[in-house]
Write a protein that binds this ligand. Structure first.
Ligand code: MCA
Ligand code: AMP
Length: 490
């Protein structure tokens, strides 16, 4: 396989990464990440403590250069979820910025600093992980590049094994769809432990030989500042575009900055048509959407040279086969804008397996096609419109996928909770917000909403905390005793 990052191999002096006042060119990144890579080469797997910092990008690139599969870890993950991820993926090492205190479950692992000064100082110096080793040749395309954890309807998150081939294929298909070049400067504020922020948002610019400026934390001021000083593209989840739409009325500088962008891209959840229209009216520019999944990377997009169409996720990307399937499993041939089916995909962009879960891997495929669980229709010209999802127990909040069952299990362990059900309710800002329906153990002394949110946050990722708690005397159940979630409405 050719190198994943040709500009690193070529030692390009163009800017590559910028986080606040820290920046590296491709050549500098090659030196710094190469030094770290030499120290981790040969490890079976490494975890990266994925703070929104330059060190995280350096750590991930180092692992990829070394051919060592990397597990990005959300630094706001609570104890139970973190223990599951570490036990399931068994990393040999953890990469983190110097000075960051790691929780006990990671503290026992050998640790390497990703702090750039320290990495360059340490070139060739034997570290905790052993002496520097020469870099291996470019691994095979099927070799795992990353293992990204994603929530399902029940049970703990599954590790999605993404081969190098899938990363290269998806980024090259986006090059084609978005006319993405080395002259593009991307700005975003997405977390670096998911596909959107890490693979598209960091590895994307690096593969193109272009650059990314990461804001550290999302804010409309940061977006305006970067887009008016050379950045050409913005990536965000719908919540971010919603916050931009809200701010635009009183912020002409933001409107001007967005107007000057080459491409505004939204993904991870549906961007409501209302926000599309508000942004278009205030800026004269249309946001385009792309549709992907941790398991499939990117499947479709509105093309940069295509017609932007609010409410659609565009057309299948180069190399991606997409079909709609009805309840009987038959492929739908209609492109009529009304026949609904489940999206199934096939192509070089797909993952290889769920780590340690052959059962789940097998269940995810239908004769070689990956079942996305997303329901869609197709316009006559092939544009895909997502209209819903099969599983009612999956919640998308702020662009994060969250399984209701995982939160319910944690809530049920709280001594003040007798019964618990979790639902997603429409939320203007987050798309959906997590709502916990609680039957307290003692009706006259229910645990407070804050207490329950803190309880969930201590065990799971912080974005899985319920935002609203509603108390009931009993949960609605059918004759079989199954909770009727549809009857739970605020
Ligand atoms: C949240 N907070 C809470 C509670 N819930 N505090 C108390 N009780 C609660 N119940 C905290 C938050 O953790 C945060 O704390 C603080 O409130 C304020 O939150 P805010 O800044 O408004 O941010 P947010 O609302 O938590 O987040 C909005 C966000 C975020 C920035 C849009 O949701 C986000 O970064 N989303 C991106 C998700 C993403 O990248 N998904 C990609 C996966 P603190 O300040 O301490 O943090 S999907 C994917 O990869 C596929 C392939 C795809 O298609 O893209
Ligand atoms: P995740 O598993 O966290 O990677 O989330 C993947 C899911 O996000 C998909 O299965 C879709 O339900 C949803 N998604 C991603 N992009 C879009 C989009 N542009 N419009 C609607 N849903 C989206």
């Amino acid at each position: 396989m050719s190198p994943l990052f040709p500009a690193l191999a070529a030692g390009s002096t163009r800017p590559a990464l910028q986080f606040g006042d820290q920046a590296l060119s491709h050549a500098e990144l090659a030196t710094v990440a190469g030094a770290l890579a030499a120290r981790i080469a040969g490890a079976p797997r490494v975890a990266v403590w994925a703070t929104p910092t330059l060190g995280t990008a350096v750590g991930v690139v180092a692992a990829l250069l070394a051919g060592v599969p990397v597990v990005p870890v959300n630094p706001k993950t609570g104890e139970r979820e973190l223990t599951h991820i570490v036990t399931d993926s068994s990393p040999a090492l953890v990469l983190a910025e110097r000075g960051v205190e790691l929780p006990p479950v990671l503290a026992g692992l050998a640790r390497l600093d990703t702090d750039i000064d320290h990495v360059s100082d340490a070139t060739g110096v034997p570290g905790e992980a052993g002496p520097a080793a020469p870099l291996p040749a470019e691994p095979s395309p099927e070799a795992p590049a990353l293992i990204v954890y994603t929530s399902g309807t029940t049970g703990p998150p599954k590790g999605v094994v993404l081969p190098r081939r899938a990363v290269a294929a998806t980024l090259d298909a986006l090059e084609d769809a978005w006319q993405w070049t080395e002259t593009d400067v991307l700005v975003h504020a997405l977390p670096l432990f998911h596909v959107h922020g890490l693979i598209l948002g960091i590895l994307g610019p690096l593969r193109r030989g272009g650059s990314v400026r990461h804001l550290g934390r999302f804010g409309t001021d940061g977006v305006a500042c970067e887009l008016s000083s050379g950045a050409t593209m913005l990536f965000g989840v719908p919540t971010m575009y919603h916050r931009i739409a809200e701010a635009l009325a009183g912020d002409p500088a933001l409107a001007k900055a967005l107007n000057g962008a080459r491409l505004l891209v939204s993904g991870s959840a549906a961007l409501p048509v209302h926000d599309h229209e508000r942004i278009a009216a205030a800026t004269g520019r249309r946001v385009i959407e792309r549709y992907g999944m941790t398991e499939t990377l990117m499947n479709t997009s509105v093309r940069a040279d295509g017609e932007p169409r609010a409410g659609t996720v565009g057309v299948p990307l180069a190399g991606v086969e997409l079909r709609l399937v009805d309840e009987t499993g038959a492929a739908i041939t209609a492109y009529d804008g009304e026949t609904v089916g489940e999206i199934q995909v096939r192509g070089p962009n797909l993952f290889t397996e769920y780590l340690n879960r052959p059962d789940a891997t097998e269940a995810a495929f239908d004769d070689g096609w990956f079942r996305t669980g997303d329901m869609a229709i197709r316009d006559p010209d092939g544009y895909v419109r997502i209209v819903g999802r099969k599983a009612t127990d999956l919640i998308k909040s702020g662009g994060y996928k969250i399984g209701a069952g995982e939160i319910e299990n944690v809530l049920l362990e709280h001594p003040g909770v007798r019964e618990a059900a979790v639902t997603g309710e429409p939320d203007e800002d987050l798309g959906e917000r997590i709502v916990a329906w609680i039957v307290p153990a003692q009706a006259d002394a229910p645990p407070s909403a804050e207490e329950l949110a803190a309880h969930v946050g201590a065990q799971l990722a912080s974005h899985k905390r319920p935002r609203t708690v509603r108390y009931l005397a009993a949960l609605p159940r059918n004759d079989m005793g199954k909770i009727m979630k549809r009857a739970l409405r605020g």
